[in-house]
Design a protein around this ligand. Sequence first.
Ligand SMILES: Cc1cc2nc3c(=O)[nH]c(=O)nc-3n(C[C@H](O)[C@H](O)[C@H](O)COP(=O)(O)OP(=O)(O)OC[C@H]3O[C@@H](n4cnc5c(N)ncnc54)[C@H](O)[C@@H]3O)c2cc1C
Length: 496
Amino acid sequence: MSIIVVGGGLVGSLHALMLARLGFEVRLFDTRIDPRIGKEEGKSINLALSTRGRHALGLVECEEEVLATSVPMRGRYIHNKDETYFTLDYSPNGDCIHSVNRKKLNELLLEKAEQKGVKIFFRHKCSSVNFVINSVSFEKLDELDGSNNPCITTVKYDYLFGCDGANSIVRKEMIWSLDLFSQEFIQHNYKELEISMKDDDFAIDPNYLHIWPRNEFMLIALGNHDKSFTLTLFVPRNIFADLDTNQKVVNFFKDNFPDAMELIGVRKLTDDFFANPTGRLLTVKCNPYHHRSALLLGDAAHAMVPFFGQGMNSGFEDCEKFISILQKNDNDFKLAMTEYSLVRHPDSLAVCQLSLYNYVEMRAKVNSILFRIRRKMTFMLAKIFPSTFKPLYPSVAFTSTPYSEVIKITHRQDMIINRLLISLAIVLPTVCTAAVIFYLVSRRSGIPNKNPDSYPEYIITLIDRPVRYAWSWVPGDIQKGLGNTASGVFGYFTPK
Ligand SMILES: Cc1cc2nc3c(=O)[nH]c(=O)nc-3n(C[C@H](O)[C@H](O)[C@H](O)COP(=O)(O)OP(=O)(O)OC[C@H]3O[C@@H](n4cnc5c(N)ncnc54)[C@H](O)[C@@H]3O)c2cc1C
């Protein structure tokens, strides 16, 4: 059986490795030069690896090796405009995501794939696919024909995997068979910058993902194993267009990220700003992911904006999901491709939606007190009712709960928290009003002076009704849970 993987990026190299480990004969084609001998261009230097990606890497025995050179990040480190800061942990249990080097990870997966017998062809650019006769054509970029055009080679396959990224040619070739295809750019572009190592150490705390949220835009920084930081500036296109001189860039940073500018250095900031490319961000949706004997995986199937750090992680999960469906179907690829398309689609749509949402949370919501109160409440409730309350970020980053399920759970929790907040909003003013009434009435009737023992009963009578009313708004399972675990509530507040 002949299997072809188009695209040897993160997802293609992992998928080829997984298939080779099952004993299949795999050929992998990529348009780039071998990253093990060439310089990586474009895309982000480091990525956040979380549980879904780690699990898939564990299946091919790469997880430990990748983690060994990663930088763990346990939360967000928020830099305010006035140069004060605060931190927000990612999970109530201290879980971490890991900053990993894209190039090194890709090299490792390619190396392991080759060791397992995958034949890799670099500088082969997929140009067309014939899904009827199962053939795929590549331009051999290093071999020119008589008219100085790249030579074309056409290869037959039994099964084809399109792992050729957001601008997938395999997807383009199957476009007429798709029920859904959409591609949407967001209005914000990105640019990578760098904070170098300082006095042989990290210049800022490496165990956090640093964010400078400025509502309309933001700057983030992830630590690298070599003690530098990769910064990414996400800004609306019109602002980028305006930053066309050194002075404008410096002024922009002075106004919005003065502390970051100091860490980068003015000279390095302007040099890197104009030397590094500006990247665009898009969401790609399509359905189904298969056509005849071909299947799309990773960004080719569902490119997303990078704000939840799930593009690679969900792509790795794609590979794991496909392999488990394949094995369940006794290695019947056609059956597996059809089933995979069906079961994976809701989750791919969901992770694209979550990724768009998280941009708003990172650049704006973290600045809001109400957001932070809600977040604290969710984490507290998650500690008290771990099987009922699952905060959004940890569910995405530290579990393998299907993304679509995470959205449903989050909506349900949001409703509960809204009701709790409304209840509090009713109880607090009611208690205060009752206290004032109690004070005024008791002064007139002289009750406190006469019989202090009657205070409690008196207070209870005054506040009983409104509290009962507010309590009736609290959903039944929470009422029950709160009653049963009163000791848990106190345990949570006991300092450790
Ligand atoms: C700024 C930024 C930050 C990100 N941060 C994170 C993060 O923290 N965590 C996370 O999980 N994800 C992150 N992502 C997303 C992640 O980079 C992608 O989801 C991931 O790279 C997808 O892998 P892929 O293999 O599907 O596609 P790609 O990485 O794009 O690889 C596609 C491969 O196909 C090859 N190719 C393309 N066209 C052809 C062709 N015609 N013929 C042959 N080969 C071809 C390319 O050379 C490439 O090697 C980020 C993305 C960006 C832009």
